[in-house]
Design a protein around this ligand. Structure first.
Ligand code: ATP
Length: 239
């Protein structure tokens, strides 16, 4: 089973009479256990693509299938998906990590006991037990990001979408999040992460798709792509 199949996605925004083609004919597939890095400079169309995959923006054309179901037609597809978009704003800042996990677990269809149990195992695994009762706003950015990923995983989705998962984190928190991403993939979940940093793509992904001005210009196994691009002008252009 393919975890994600996105086929020929296109999206044009209409903004004060102007048309902006953000994404053109983007196709991506990800297998269970695979990490695909979606790499491109600011404004390339990464967020628009990931939002179409998450069912938040309807594509003008093309389709998305998550483990076979279309999030734009079948609400059940959303249960197969976890997402951390727009930084870590998928958590409530005045609630504790424990409360967030329980609340979002129940929202995603778990009963209270399951939500508590899965929530607790994620808190343990993500090193958040000490802070489980503190308000999220009192946690470090790295801990908030780990919690955001935990919340996205509480209903055990097959596909995880991460928009710039290490952006703005310090070195230690970045290492922590990178280790978690690898572990989550090893459990057999498919991961699509966006980044504008070649080194993050290199360290975390099995395959890289490069997007520029709304179009995929290359898609390769990461090792192959790094060999081609290392030290080239493209690296500089992305930074
Ligand atoms: P960034 O890392 O800066 O978010 P990105 O690769 O994720 O960049 P998008 O956010 O998808 O790129 O933006 C792609 C293009 O679409 C850009 O030109 C952007 O200005 C434009 N765009 C994005 N959202 C909207 C919107 N809601 N209305 C109009 N134009 C938009």
């Amino acid at each position: 089973m393919i975890a994600l199949e996105a086929y020929n996605l296109s999206k044009t925004y209409r903004d004060r009479g102007k048309q902006i083609q953000a994404v053109r004919d983007v196709s991506l597939t990800i297998k269970p256990g695979e990490v695909l890095a979606f790499l491109g400079p600011n404004g390339a169309g990464k967020t628009t693509t990931i939002k179409m995959i998450a069912g938040l923006i309807r594509p003008d054309s093309g389709f998305v299938k998550i483990a076979g179901s279309d999030p734009h037609r079948d609400p059940c597809a959303l249960k197969l998906l976890g997402a951390v978009l727009e930084g870590n704003r998928n958590v409530y800042w005045r609630l504790s990590p424990e409360e967030n996990l329980e609340y979002f677990g129940m929202l995603r269809g778990l009963d209270q006991r399951q939500a508590k149990r899965y929530g607790r195992s994620l808190l343990e695994r993500f090193g958040l037990m000490d802070k489980r009762r503190s308000p999220v706003q009192a946690l470090s950015r790295g801990m908030q990001q780990k919690l955001a990923i935990a919340v996205a995983l509480v209903h055990q989705p097959q596909l995880l979408l991460l928009d710039e998962p290490t952006l703005g984190l310090d070195v230690e928190a970045t290492e922590n999040v990178k280790a978690l991403v690898r572990e989550i993939a090893e459990e057999g979940r498919a991961i699509l992460l966006t980044t504008h940093q070649l080194d993050i793509a290199e360290q975390l992904s099995d395959r890289v798709a490069i997007i520029q001005a709304g179009e995929i210009i290359a898609e390769e196994p990461t090792r192959e792509l790094i060999r081609q691009f290392s030290g080239s002008a493209y690296t500089i252009e992305l930074e």
